[in-house]
Design a protein around this ligand. Structure first.
Ligand SMILES: [Zn+2]
Length: 201
C-alpha cells in the first residue's frame, strides 16, 4: 500500500481551511510528532470559526490543527499533512495537530475559579483517534512521538479574574485523557517538554 502524498483514506472528510495554500510547505519525512489537543469549544462549527480567523497578519493565516474529531467519531482534515499548521508554539514544523471536540474549560479558560475540565472524550472519539493514528503511521515514515499540548506548553499566565493568581495556559487534551490506552494502541513514544516553569516563576 502506498498512500498518496499528504492524503489519508478511510473515513476522513477533507475540508481545507481557506488559507491552506498560504501555510508553509514541508516534507512528510520531516514529521516525527503528533500533538493531541482539545478544542475547549462547544462544537465543531465553533472550532471552524476559530480556525478560519486570520491571526497571523504577515502570512494571512490562522491557528488550527490538521485534523478534528467530533464527539461522534467523525474525522475532518482541515490542513494537508505537507503544510505546517499553527497549533503548538515551537513544535509546528515537525508535528501533526489532532483536535478533539471537547468543552475543556470553555468559556472561562483562564478564570482561576473555573479550571476544572468539564467533559471527557467519548468512546467514539477514542476509537476514531486510534484509527487516525494508525493511518498517520502508515503515511508518515518518520513518525515516532506523541504528546499532549499541555506537555509541550507548560506556561503559566495571570488568571483572567485575578492577575495575582496564575493558571495554566494550556491543559488540553485534559487531565483524564486515556494516555496508556492511546500509547499502547499507537505504538508511539510519549514526548514531554523539558522545561517546567513554576507558577511563581
Ligand atoms: Zn491545544
Amino acid at each position: 500500500m502506498s498512500p498518496a502524498p499528504a492524503k489519508l483514506r478511510g473515513g476522513v472528510r477533507e475540508d481545507p481551511l481557506p488559507y491552506q495554500q498560504r501555510l508553509a510547505e514541508r516534507a512528510l519525512e520531516d514529521i516525527d510528532l503528533v500533538v493531541i489537543h482539545a478544542t475547549e469549544l462547544p462544537d465543531l462549527a465553533t472550532a471552524r470559526e476559530y480556525g478560519e480567523r486570520i491571526v497571523h497578519p504577515g502570512s494571512q493565516t490562522g491557528n488550527s490543527g490538521h485534523f478534528y474529531i467530533d464527539r461522534d467519531g467523525r474525522i475532518e482534515q482541515w490542513v494537508a499533512l505537507d503544510r505546517v499548521a499553527h497549533h503548538t508554539v515551537g513544535y509546528n514544523t515537525r508535528s501533526v495537530g489532532i483536535e478533539l471536540v471537547n468543552l475543556g474549560r470553555y468559556p472561562n479558560w483562564l478564570d482561576s475559579r473555573h479550571q476544572d475540565w468539564q467533559e471527557e472524550i467519548t468512546p467514539a472519539q477514542l476509537e476514531a483517534l486510534v484509527e487516525l493514528l494508525a493511518l498517520l503511521r502508515a503515511a508518515l515514515p518518520g513518525l515516532e512521538f506523541i504528546a499532549g499540548h499541555d506537555a509541550l506548553d507548560r506556561r503559566w499566565v495571570p488568571a483572567s479574574d485575578d492577575e495575582n493568581q496564575k493558571v495554566r495556559r494550556k491543559l488540553d487534551p485534559g487531565p483524564n485523557f486515556p494516555w496508556p490506552a492511546v500509547i499502547q494502541a499507537s505504538g508511539l513514544d510519549r514526548l514531554e517538554s523539558d522545561d517546567r516553569p513554576e507558577p511563581s516563576g
